[in-house]
Design a protein. Structure first.
Length: 193
């Protein structure tokens, strides 16, 4: 990566945290581009990712087996911002990008790319689902696209990615964001029903 994972996470957070802050209670039951999640469930999932990947940065195990329940607890939007800042700090710690991370047994740089991708792509999902504007940092999108191209087969096998969405005209003229979304199984043109 041309920048550190923490630098990229900080850039991603600058654009994703406002999306989470902009989710109104009236939108929590709305559908998202991730068919298995409504807005509440996807926000809970993203919150869980942000918390668990702090542990992975510290080479500790993370627990994704517990159903997340963050949304609706106190000022959960501010808590998400706080946890995202903690995620950036965790990946800035000496050694965070080195070795392997937790029980996943994957290179730390790969794990860092995974959380960067989740923060970026799920912010797009939530923005689309709640009618908000969202424009991720182009450098972040480029890094995630390269990282996700490498892990897409594993992501599909694990059920984290859907089948690649086929872009019209083979993707000619598509933006890197559209290519990233398509790679993860999303229709870049998805609109709220």
């Amino acid at each position: 990566m041309t920048k550190t994972i923490s630098d990229l996470l900080e850039a991603a957070a600058e654009r994703s945290v406002p999306v989470v802050r902009g989710i109104t209670d009236e939108r929590l039951a709305d559908p998202t581009p991730c068919a298995e999640y409504d807005v509440r469930a996807l926000a809970d999932h993203l919150f869980q990712v942000v918390v668990n990947f702090q542990a992975l940065a510290a080479k500790q195990d993370a627990d994704f087996g517990v159903a997340p329940d963050y949304v609706g607890r106190g000022d959960w939007r501010a808590a998400f911002a706080d946890e995202t800042a903690a995620l950036v700090r965790a990946w800035a710690a000496p050694g965070a990008e080195e070795g392997t991370s937790g029980a996943m047994g994957l290179p730390a740089a790969t794990v860092g790319g995974m959380v960067l991708g989740d923060l970026t792509v799920h912010a797009w999902d939530l923005a689309r689902a709640t009618g908000q504007e969202y424009s991720p940092d182009p450098v972040v999108v480029g890094e995630v696209l390269a990282s996700f191209r490498a892990i897409a087969p594993m992501g599909r096998k694990m059920g984290a990615f859907g089948a690649e969405f086929e872009l019209s005209e083979g993707g000619a003229g598509a933006s890197d964001l559209d290519r990233l979304l398509a790679l993860t199984g999303r229709d870049p043109g998805w609109q709220r029903p």
